[in-house]
Each structure stands twice: as structure tokens, then as C-alpha cells.
Design a protein around this ligand. Structure first.
Ligand SMILES: *Cc1c(COP(=O)(O)O)cnc(C)c1O
Length: 381
């Protein structure tokens, strides 16, 4: 298959491209399926955290909770960030010890809390008084960290409005947690997913330091800063690289915080995103008004949900025909199932493969069987 669009140099160098083409050439697996390059995942795991002193990485499982992916990550001895009993059960089955698992969801279900405590988890996020009460009851004495609200500008998937509190409330809640017999251990934030503004981490670190000092004056000595996730990957546009982000974050942290601080990082997208390639099939074409429609067998509901939130993927087809501007839609009958508009691609034939790059994160984990279309299989290569 010919490469008809400019993909990331990293992608080409990683060998992922060759592995994908080889797999397609040699396998009789029927599309759609998601290929995940083990070597690229391993490379990302080894890279993330390298630029931040005293850091530990906790992979955000929701980005891609495939069993084989988690098995691979377990063998690389990374930590895990989870939010539900379902995620806990997968890790438990793999034998991941509780000391390698944290939960940063500030609002937890009772069932999850009970199972997490039973399993031995000791680190929990919170951002409300009622969550302190829940933790004091279900996880007495555990280490808790406050979710601070920070700017999400420049992130393609902002999320801070759902969670997080401002500095004064955060300080009061840490004090309250201590009164309730919990151990106020640290501060967390999330700059927004697919965050391409490297200054967001600086702003967030400064804000966390302000809080750290305020609670310090009230007799609370924190020990941990959890800088969340948000590292971006390249879909169609060039993004800040991990080294640059970490260098800046590390500098901001060590200018201010105590030298023995523990830093947690919770990347999801950056660990698995680039390593994934959807192999899909062109199932239909039509000209409607002045739009060229291309229908493929992976859509918004069975894998490409994030396209609705503005994520733009890179598509590759093998055709050498003239380029046209396409509206790309999934296989279901729902009008919501439109993946992208204005995509320039050579015209493929019906039955041709179409590859969707950088699709390893927040794809299968979001997928449903809506309208009877099955969720594509994940295959590690
Ligand atoms: C989803 C999530 C992450 C991972 O975010 P990415 O943008 O995929 O890196 C990290 N921490 C928390 C609390 C999350 O909810």
C-alpha cells in the first residue's frame, strides 16, 4: 500500500508502518480491526517520565484497556491509574500489585471503593467534602490527593469543568480530610487531554505550589504532586513532544517544590495512541449535493467516538487516483455517525482498505455495538 499522506516521521521510523503493512499482507483476518504495535508502546513507556525527576508513571487504563495491551504494560512494570471495578478486575487478573495502582477519579462509586480498598489500594483523589466522608468511611487512613482545577486552554479535549476545585476550597478540603483521619498526601490536576499548550503545565504547577504553601502554613505537609495526563500525540498536526513538556514541567517543579517530592504522571493517550492503526474497509461512496461521501466500516459508534469531539485522524488509502475532498462516515444508520469532513484523499475503490493512524487511544474503549456493528478486535503486532 502506498503512503499517500504525510504521516509523522516518528511513525515511519518506529517501524510501525512496516509491521502494519506486513500484517495486512500476510493475514486473512477480516477488517475492521485495530493493530497495536508493541514496540512503540514499549518505547513510549520508557520515554514518559524520563525527563521528570523522582517520577512514577501510572498509565490511565481508560485510554486502552485491552488485556494484551495491559499485559504488555505490566511486563514493563509501569503503574496504573484506574476508576472502576472493571478496570481493577483486569489488573487483578494480571497480578498487578495494589502498590502499583492509584485512582484519580474524584467521585467514585461505592462498589469500586469497596473493591479497591479490599484489594489494597492506598491512593485516592477527591474534590468534595462528601467524597472525604466516603473515603473516611470506606478507606480510613488512606492517602488522599486533591484535584485542583487548572486552565485547559489549548487542549483539544478539555475536562476541568467536570472536576477540580479552586485553591481556597482545595485547602479547606485537605484540612477537612486530615480532620477525618485521612492522610492528605498531595495535589493533582489535569491540563486537559491532547493538550498542545506546554505552558498549561507551568501554570498548573505554579497553582499547585500556591496551594502546597497555603496548607503547609496550616500544618499539612504534602509529599506528592500528580501532574495528570494530557501529553498530546500527532493526529494530523504537529504537537509538542514529550521531552519538551517534561523538561518544562520538571524545571517548574524543582524551582519551587521540596527536592524529595514524589511526582506522579498519568498519561493515557501518549502511551497507546500512536501505536494503534485501524484497518477498515471502504463500503460505500456517494455524491450528495456538492459533497463526496465515503462510507467505511469503522465509525463514530464502534471506534471513532472522539471524532465527534474534534479529533481529526489521518487516513491512508492505497489508491493512486486523483485526490478529492471527502466526507467520511461510519457504517451505522445514525446521522451522528459522520467521522470527518474536508478530508483530502485519492479516490479509493469499494472494498479497498483504508487505514486510520494514531488510533490506539480512546477508540475501542469507547466503542459500542450500536446498530449491530461489532467492536473491532485488537491485535498486537
Ligand atoms: C483520562 C485521565 C488521564 C489520562 O489522560 P490523557 O489525556 O489520555 O493522558 C489521566 N488522569 C486522569 C485523572 C484521567 O481521568
Amino acid at each position: 500500500m502506498e503512503r499517500t499522506v504525510e504521516t509523522t516521521p516518528e511513525f515511519i521510523n518506529s517501524g510501525t508502518w512496516n509491521k502494519v503493512l506486513n500484517y495486512i499482507a500476510l493475514s486473512d483476518e477480516a477488517p475492521p480491526y485495530l493493530l497495536m504495535d508493541r514496540d512503540l508502546v514499549a518505547k513510549k513507556v520508557s520515554l514518559i517520565g524520563k525527563g521528570i525527576r523522582n517520577s512514577k508513571t501510572y498509565y490511565a487504563v481508560k485510554a486502552n484497556p485491552d488485556k494484551e495491551v495491559l499485559k504488555l504494560m505490566n511486563s514493563l512494570e509501569t503503574g496504573f491509574e484506574i476508576a472502576s471495578e472493571g478496570e481493577l478486575q483486569i489488573l487483578a487478573a494480571l497480578g498487578v500489585g495494589p502498590e502499583r495502582i492509584i485512582t484519580s477519579n474524584p467521585v467514585k462509586t461505592f462498589k469500586f471503593l469497596e473493591q479497591a480498598v479490599d484489594y489494597g489500594l492506598r491512593y485516592f483523589a477527591f474534590d468534595s467534602a462528601v467524597e472525604v466522608d466516603k473515603l473516611a468511611r470506606y478507606a480510613p487512613g488512606s492517602n488522599v490527593y486533591i484535584r485542583l482545577s487548572v486552565p485547559n486552554e489549548g487542549s483539544e479535549w478539555p475536562l476541568s469543568k467536570k472536576f477540580g476545585v479552586e485553591t481556597d476550597e482545595a485547602a479547606a478540603l485537605l484540612v477537612y480530610a486530615k480532620e477525618k483521619g485521612l492522610n492528605p498526601a498531595g495535589i493533582t490536576f489535569h491540563v486537559g487531554s491532547q493538550c498542545n499548550n506546554v505552558y498549561n503545565w507551568n501554570i498548573a504547577v505554579d497553582k499547585a505550589w500556591e496551594l502546597w504553601e497555603i496548607v503547609g502554613q496550616q500544618g499539612i505537609t504534602l509529599s506528592m504532586l500528580n501532574i495528570g495526563g494530557g501529553y498530546p500525540i500527532r493526529y494530523t498536526k504537529k504537537v509538542a513532544d514529550i521531552e519538551t513538556i517534561e523538561k518544562k514541567a520538571d524545571k517548574a517543579i524543582y524551582q519551587k517544590f521540596p527536592k524529595d517530592i514524589e511526582v506522579f504522571i498519568e498519561p493515557g493517550r501518549a502511551v497507546v495512541g500512536d501505536a494503534g492503526v485501524f484497518v477498515s474497509t471502504v463500503i460505500g461512496k456517494a455524491r450528495r449535493g456538492d459533497e463526496n461521501w465515503l462510507y467505511i466500516d469503522v465509525g463514530v459508534f464502534n471506534g471513532l467516538m472522539e471524532s465527534i469531539g474534534g479529533i481529526k485522524y489521518t487516513y491512508v488509502v492505497g489508491s493512486r487516483s486523483d485526490e478529492k475532498i471527502w466526507t467520511i462516515a461510519g457504517p451505522s444508520c445514525d446521522s451522528f455517525d459522520v467521522i470527518d469532513r474536508g478530508v483530502e484523499l485519492p479516490e479509493p475503490e469499494i472494498g479497498n482498505r483504508i487505514l486510520i493512524l494514531s488510533s490506539g487511544a480512546y477508540t475501542i474503549s469507547y466503542a459500542s455495538e450500536f446498530n449491530g456493528f461489532s467492536i473491532p478486535k485488537t491485535i498486537l503486532i
